[in-house]
Design a protein around this ligand. Sequence first.
Ligand code: V47
Ligand code: SF4
Length: 391
Amino acid sequence: MKKDITGTLISEAVTDNHLKNISEKVFRKERITDDDAAALFEKGSLSFLGTLANYIREDLHGDKTYFNRNFHIEPTNVCVFACKFCSYSRLYAHRDEGWELSMQQMLDIVKSYDNNPITEVHIVGGVHPKMNLEFFCELLQKIKQHRPELHIKGFTAVELDYMFRKAKLRVEEGMKKLHEAGLNSLPGGGAEIFHPEIRMQICNDKVDAEGWLHIHETAHNLGMHTNATMLYGHIENYSHRIDHMRRLRELQDKTHGFNTFIPLKFRNRNNDMSDVRESSIVEDMKMYAVARIYLDNFPHLKAYWPMLGRQNAQLTLSFGVNDIDGTIDDSTKIYSMAGSEEQNPAMTTEELVTLIRQVDRTPVERDTLYNVIRDYSKTDFKKEEFNVALN
Ligand code: V47
Ligand code: SF4
């Protein structure tokens, strides 16, 4: 019923034939082409894109908006690479300005959550020349010995590529070792923009698109799930974004191993691209909406609230997003150092629930693999239980 009304309204309101065709494809649940995606970016109004993306989102998930309880460990910000957009890393030569956590310090962080019902630890950091595969296998084993049920989502394809090359192992061998040591899934970082025209200019010395995709495919073949990101809103154009999403959609057709796509808005403070203007909120919402429409085989679209800010994260829930990541804590520095308003990105479960309810969506706590931990639409939930002021 809802589909008919929305579909008819859209068809009547849109005068451009190409956009009209795209909307009809969406309501027929047909895949859109790269040309269609370009037309959406170039000609689609915000309200048109929002309507299509929200239609898909509600068809897949209704009002449900997922979050999880997680914490981050950032082992180091010392990095052998020098990505131009990165505000966070310090080169090895300047390691005295950075940090390096010892195995014990990282285990102490894990232990500090002993009485906390978190379900996931997210481990990601710079590429330190001395933190190798063996070190991380031992870390994973020790975390699992201490808390076997904790899901470990760790290491970008950039960190993994370097670790495996240093250990002189094929990706398949290295990944198997980490999986056996306790690694459950991979985060989506390091993807940036796959197209070489842009990748060469912003991060020419780290793993390329083919390497990134091969690492994720290998993880999928081992039965692991992974996420995918795209760093947008800098020097790339729409065709680069579409190329990036096309490569992801093709791999997903093959493996079905991706859980979530996470567009990451470029922030321009304290890095070598500070002269590049940040995208507007309108552009951000368009990005989320086109991603939701184009990536028809990705079950979830995530807005990472520490990067966007809380109110903008609320807005994304009308542009295709059905996940706003987790409670996190104040240990993640990658965005605060790049100029995000969230200098101490921590939200309690109560605050996350309130944030989602404020825009009339239903909060659902999930684990990393989207199994439901608690559905806040159920009758055991008392509204007064969570009524937290958010600023
Ligand atoms: O790959 C670095 C990005 C990523 C900047 O999988 C920047 O659940 C904007 O991938 N402006 C790492 N972005 C973080 C990441 C991530 C985050 C949250 C959840 C998940 C997940 C993954 O951060 C890097 C890079 O694309 N980044 N600097 C910057 N100045
Ligand atoms: Fe290193 Fe990652 Fe920063 Fe690039 S984005 S410099 S790989 S920490």
